[in-house]
Design a protein around this ligand. Sequence first.
Ligand SMILES: CC(=O)Oc1ccc2c(C)cc(=O)oc2c1
Length: 283
Amino acid sequence: MTDKLQLISCNKVHSGELRRYKHQASSVNCEMTFAVFLPLQALNSQGESLPALYWLSGLTCTDENFSQKSGAFKAASELGIVLIMPDTSPRGCNLPGEDDSYDFGSGAGFYLNATQAPWSEHYRMHDYVVNDLPELAEPLFNFSGERSISGHSMGGHGALICALRNPQRYNSISAFSPICNPSECPWGNKAFSNYLGNDRQQWKEWDASELLGKATDQLPLLIDQGSADEFLQLQLKPQALISAASKADYPLELRMQSGYDHSYFFIASFIEDHLHFHAKYLK
Ligand SMILES: CC(=O)Oc1ccc2c(C)cc(=O)oc2c1
């Protein structure tokens, strides 16, 4: 599988390696970039078997924001967890409007499979994250077969829908400030109407609150939300997820963190908690 990957860069960090790769991806029909953090344990020739945590970033981000701003590598090194960090959308596909706004198109793939032209040919980030990326990234180390998923904002919602739609593939889910009910917020309305069309029944298949409300398989789920988040009321709507979890008896731990906003300062403050949370379910 590694012959399909082109190494872009490699930096030593916390005794491990942060590598960036590019490759042609069949799910999204274009070139994609991703980053992987391999702790020291993944680099020695004995090849201790290690689990993976997928990180999905939010609107406007690339594979690089989490690497540069979260401070996750020290804990990932100590816990022996490989981090796999995809980009947030296909790019450079020359679709009309692809680069016109921060909340749609490039940097805003929403981790779903678009059904509407012209987006449906490339904007299939669900299949990329759930199928293509694991096939390429997991052979880079001695993979234990255990994976979990986390993310921020649009990526927090992405982590929720990837795991709720494919509970057998993940051991645990976490999110920072996720969009909780995209069918009922402006970012979600814009993305879903363009990617999925106007039939709101179809939207339910990609909305975390809808999926959680009818989930039959339950995964451990941790969410951190800042109380001073500027997007809390209009866009994120955690109450919808709390209500769905309560109706479905789904075990959700949602921690309201006093005074934190939507930025990576919030993520950096609690990422170690999230890594320790996932470590419990990855061994
Ligand atoms: C690096 C960074 O600040 O990331 C960032 C900023 C803002 C947002 C918003 C507004 C939404 C989202 O989904 O992600 C996101 C990420």
